[in-house]
Ligand binder design. Structure first.
Ligand code: TPP
Length: 1117
């Protein structure tokens, strides 16, 4: 920007100019508020230009600087006085509280200028207002011109560079204080700020054709809500009324993103407007929705309410380069709205994780093809910490997705809470600033501006691959839901809303005034849109969208059961759960193990690391060498990633033999996960001179393996766990995904993620996740925190029935009976072979030999060929399937592995079995550095697998720890019939018990470790207990009685003993452990040790448990 001077003055020197600049800045109100970096940079470059190019008087220099400051001031703070509230409850800015005349944040000086400027009747008066406001030293003539070289970009290519004061203010007002405003001061890079300035200042009204299509989309959104309101007046829908402009906006956004090459968009959104997007964007048949509105779904496939469900669709978008006409071809984009729980914002990190996983699978390294769109409510976006947890992930290397577009549906109210009560900042979008995301504010009653904002956002993401926020400021025409009366607490707002016309009407009038559409045409459009919904409703009423018995069956596990039996997979009578063999040939183990010790030539490693690697190398010397926990983990990771053709150097055996079902990527994140909180993992090695990194696991056989990623995460639990859960969905069984809590108790910061997603999502929405939660757990005398990962919490979420064995609970029976009623109801209550064959064909899509399948089924049920399947036969078949596949019905697995080999197997089992289930895994802390806490290499080898229960009286188990005398080979324990006590336990307490038993040379007490706590291993445990007929039975734990696994184990073990043993009276189960407590542990090491000694003493005491006063260990005096 340079100044036009009418006087010939001598050229001022640089220092003189800077002095004048200072003077001007002190003078100017505007400048006082515009001291941002961008302003200073502009000023500096301008002053340099002046010094070289022009001759100017001090007054002129001063005045020009003030004008520059004004421009900068508008750019910085125009959003505070923009016309954003459709209800115009305040003259400028956004409304904050009923009954307050002025917006709280509006007074930044610009409001006075704008008020006086718009009130001024003539250009003379306007120039006077501006000159007065800026305290100009020179003329205030409306003809006085300033040459604006860079900042104010002409809207039309008029090459206008000379501007009068009224022109400048008018242009700034329109660009920054109208119905579209921007916040850009916090944007990190100057180039990005300039890009935004250009986009804001260069806006045009869209052409007539675009405006017509905007009108159509508004009409669709408007009629949709009206139809639902009139046909289902008593149903909640969380309508979009007051924010209908979202519809044309989001359509423009999707199209623009597709034009930028996006092929897949994952959307996370809350309740507001969701039904409209499901139907109007993603084509959910309104008829299907009508059924949900009336609550007419099938009896037991109702995972969630209608406004939490998801939907996907492939949309065809026109291909059109900016400024060019559309091309004849179309670009496809797959858009999915993720299902979500009521917990607002919980879905946000989940969607981000899904996006990242899909990007990884598609090798979309910069996020060009796959992206996330998150829609938020205003109260939720400003209020919930999860928002900043998710935002913080956006630019972190292991978590970034190439920028997310955020839309805040700002209806300026959250349930009954207004903006002044909901936050401490001007806009609900302010939290977006923490990651340098530009914020676009837009008035929802200006659909053209909403569409423009969406297009700018799409272009921003394509260009800079960073987050951006669009704050669509509207209102909520009705209550929080449609049954809620908002008027009692917001009387003034709702008075204004009552008389405020819907945006469709306002925009329709605008287009009519502009001659783009006639009143008649508008009426015809409205009529035909209404008619379309009426037709859909009629079709629904005629039963067109009703679920058939076949679709019902195919979405139930009973469909899988039928197919399994019809495929001949029956093993009559067997109920023992099959465990996938996850062991590997010794050669493979040694090969991978040695790669975990190989360091590149010339690598200058820390001496501690050299020692660690030396120890590690010895773990692979012979098959009896002992492997520690961290190495077992690396072995599991390293063998999961190997492709089937990978084989050790020099090995001639069949490649991939015994390796995996497939090959998998591995991802582990958590706070300090890369090194490991307990200094155990050391995923990467650092050169102490150069800082160079070496990742052992990614150098086993780089071209024949998948990647192992281990990332330190930001310090939060809910955001990162949500992200990893989403990642596990996106990776869909092709990779191991694990999240590690720093200490297990911190996982409770992510409790909502566990409750809503990890444990419930499969039942709610059919989402299958194999996510592993690693939770360090164990009582080491470190105080109330860090001791307990709260196993009781996770166990209370397990869906296995405490009182019934799998398949026998009343609810399972009801479910089975309901399915049979649905499928056989139409055939008079039973099925013949032909009907069964038709059903099987429906399930398999007509593939396979239906006749043979029916035959197998009939044999399984013991039916004559012409007999009918009755309800009794169906139930028998399903119960048999359920018992055998009990683990497949589980929602969550809870494991406390006590040996490195068990850890290795359970990690490998996660992928080497036919279904995905979340795994909560309690992991060791102090034990990591405990010498006996190792497993022999042969416990990892072919034929071994994860043991759900370890009976240390059996030499065959994969941990032979002290089972035999090392020298004499004599069994350590007495024969089974001489065992007087079976101590059941889980986790590290086994080592305390075992050490004490050895020290005291006790030979008649056996320890049985519950390695998999849930699903409860009824089958194995009962078998083990029956093997010790003379023994007392006790559960021993280190946690207080109301914590740990006790309350979960007790009823289940009692049920199993009652139903699976022949004894008339099942053995009594005793408890040894800490008494109930409010806090998990004592802070005193001395008390901790005293408690532990007492627990161990009782568990091993000679006295019978029945004779002991009570097995609960009292607190030491
Ligand atoms: C974490 C959480 N806390 C509270 C609620 C209860 N609740 C549901 S909607 C709502 C208001 C949300 O307001 P806003 O985010 O502005 O969205 P709007 O409903 O206005 O579109 C509240 C408090 C919830 N669903 N989730």
């Amino acid at each position: 920007m340079i100044l036009r001077s009418s006087r010939n003055a001598s050229a001022p020197g640089l220092s003189a100019l800077l002095r004048v600049a200072d003077l001007a800045l002190r003078d100017s109100k505007a400048a006082g508020q515009a001291r941002g970096t961008s302003f200073r940079l502009q000023l500096r470059s301008w002053v340099h230009a002046q010094a070289e190019d022009t001759q100017a008087s001090d007054f002129e220099v001063c005045d020009t600087l003030k004008v520059i400051a004004l421009v900068s001031h508008f750019r910085s703070r125009g959003h505070l006085v923009a016309q954003l509230d459709p209800l115009q409850r305040v003259p400028y800015g956004t409304w904050h509280k009923d009954g307050e005349a002025q917006a709280v944040w509006a007074d930044c000086g610009l409001s006075t200028l704008l008020e006086n400027f718009t009130a001024a009747a003539t250009p003379d008066a306007q120039a006077e207002v501006v000159a007065d406001y800026l305290k100009l030293r020179g003329s205030s003539s409306p003809d006085r011109r300033f040459w604006l070289e860079d900042p104010l970009l002409p809207r039309k290519p008029s090459d206008q560079q000379w501007w009068t004061l009224p022109e400048i203010v008018e242009r700034l007002r329109l660009s920054y204080c109208g119905t579209l405003a921007v916040e850009l001061d916090h944007v990190f890079k100057r180039e990005q700020q300039r890009w935004l300035v250009e986009r804001l200042e260069k806006r045009h009204t869209p052409p007539a054709s675009e405006r017509l299509s905007i009108l159509r989309h508004l009409l669709q959104a408007d009629t949709f809500e009206r139809t639902l309101a009139s046909k289902f007046p008593n149903s909640k829908r969380f309508g979009l009324e007051g924010l209908e402009a979202l519809m044309p906006g989001i359509i423009a956004l999707v199209e623009r993103c597709a034009q930028h090459g996006v092929q897949r968009m994952e959307v996370g959104m809350p309740h507001r407007g969701r039904l409209s997007l499901l139907c109007n964007l993603l084509g959910k048949p309104p008829g299907a929705l009508f059924g949900e509105m009336e609550g007419r779904q099938s009896e037991f496939h109702v995972g969630d309410v209608k406004y939490h469900l998801g939907q996907s669709a492939t949309l065809a978008c026109p291909i059109q380069a900016p400024g060019e006409p559309p091309e004849p071809a179309e670009q496809a984009i797959r858009v999915s709205i993720a299902p979500n729980p009521s917990h607002l914002e919980a879905v946000s990190p989940v969607v981000l994780g899904m996006v990242r996983a899909e990007q990884m699978r598609a090798r979309d390294t910069d996020g060009t093809r796959i992206m996330g769109l998150l829609i938020h409510g205003d109260a939720a976006f400003s209020g919930l910490g999860l928002v900043s947890e998710s935002l913080q992930l956006s630019n972190v290397k292991g978590f970034s997705t190439g920028g997310t577009i955020h839309i805040v549906l700002n209806n300026q109210v959250g349930f009954t809470t207004g903006p002044a009560e909901a936050r401490s900042c001007p806009h609900p979008s302010d939290v977006g600033k923490i990651v340098g995301a530009p914020i676009l504010h837009v008035n929802a009653d200006d659909p053209d501006a909403v569409v423009q904002a969406c297009i700018i956002a799409a272009d921003w993401r394509a260009r800079f691959k960073r987050d951006i926020v669009i704050d669509i400021v509207g209102y909520r025409r009705l209550g929080h839901n449609e049954q809620d009366n908002p008027v009692t607490t917001l009387p003034l707002s709702y008075k204004a809303i009552a008389t405020h016309p819907p945006v469709l009407q306002l925009y329709g009038q605008q287009l009519q005034q502009a001659g783009i559409i006639s009143q008649d045409q508008m009426t015809t459009w409205q009529e035909s849109s209404r008619q379309q919904y009426d037709d859909d409703y009629k079709a629904y009423k005629e039963g067109k969208y009703q679920e058939t018995a076949e679709t019902w069956l195919s979405s139930s596990w009973q469909g899988d059961a039928l197919q399994a039996f019809a495929g001949g997979s029956s093993v009559s009578g067997a109920i023992e759960v099959h465990q996938e063999p996850t062991g590997l040939p010794p050669g493979t183990l040694q090969w991978v193990g040695n790669c975990l010790c190989d360091v590149p030539e010339g690598f200058n490693m820390h001496p501690d690391m050299a020692q660690l690697l030396e120890r590690r190398r010895r773990m692979f010397d012979t098959k009896d060498s002992r492997v520690d926990w961290p190495t077992a983990e690396q072995l599991a990771f390293g063998t999961l990633v190997l492709k089937r053709h990978a084989r050790p150097p020099g090995c001639t055996a069949q490649p991939g033999q015994g390796l995996n079902k497939g090959h998998y990527s591995v991802r582990l994140t958590g706070q300090d996960a890369e090194r490991g909180t307990f200094n155990q993992r050391h995923f990467a090695l650092y050169d102490q001179t150069t800082g160079r990194r070496h990742e052992f696991l990614n150098n086993i056989k780089p071209c024949s393996q998948e990647m192992v990623e281990v990332w330190n995460s930001p310090l939060n639990e809910a955001g990162v766990l949500g992200f990893e859960y989403g990642f596990s969905l996106g990776i869909a069984g092709t990779g191991l995904v694990a999240w590690e809590a720093q200490f297990g108790d911190f996982a409770n910061n992510a409790q909502a993620m566990v409750d809503q997603f990890v444990s419930a999502a499969e039942e709610r929405w059919g989402q299958q996740s194999g996510l592993v939660l690693m939770l360090p757990h164990g009582y080491d005398g470190q105080g109330p925190d860090h001791s307990s990962a709260r196993p009781e919490r996770f166990l209370s979420l397990s869906n296995d029935d405490a009182d019934h064995l799998p398949g026998h609970s009343p609810s399972a029976r009801r479910q089975i009976a309901a399915t049979f009623a649905a499928i056989a109801g139409q055939h008079g209550g039973s099925l013949d072979r032909k009907q069964a064959m038709t059903m099987l064909a429906g399930l398999t899509g007509g593939s396979g030999d239906q006749q043979e399948a029916a035959e197998l089924l009939w044999t399984e049920m013991g039916l004559a060929p012409d007999a009918l399947v009755t309800q009794e036969k169906w139930e028998g078949l399903m119960v048999q399937y359920m018992r055998r596949n009990a683990e497949q019905q589980a929602n969550i697995f809870v494991v406390n592995a006590t040996t490195p080999a068990q850890y290795f197997h359970v990690l490998r089992r996660q992928l080497n079995r036919p279904y995905n289930k979340p795994l909560v895994l309690f992991t060791p802390k102090a034990l990591l550095h405990h010498r006996p806490f190792t497993s022999a290499l042969k416990d990892f080898s072919t034929g071994t697998f994860f043991n759900r229960v370890i009976d240390d009286g059996k030499a065959s188990d994969n941990t032979r720890h002290l089972a035999k005398h090392p020298k004499t080979g004599e069994p350590f324990l007495l024969p089974a019939d001489q065992i007087r006590r079976v101590v059941l336990c889980s986790g590290q307490i086994y080592y305390a018990l075992s050490n004490a038993r050895r020290a005291k040379r006790i030979r008649n007490v056996v320890f049985v470790r519950l390695e998999q706590i849930a699903p409860f291993p009824h089958d194995l445990l009962v078998k083990v207990i029956q093997g010790y007929p003379a023994a007392e039975l006790v559960w021993c734990q280190e946690e207080p009685k109301n914590m740990g696994a006790w309350t979960y184990v007790k009823p289940r073990l009692e049920t199993a003993l009652r139903d699976l043993t022949d004894c008339l009276e099942a053995p009594e189960l005793h408890y040894i452990g800490r008494p109930t407590a409010a806090s998990p542990a004592t802070a005193s090491m001395a008390i901790h040790q005293a408690e532990m000694s007492e627990i161990v003493r009782k568990a091993l005491s000679e006295e019978s448990l029945i004779e002991q006063e009570g097995a609960v260990v009292p607190l030491p005096a």
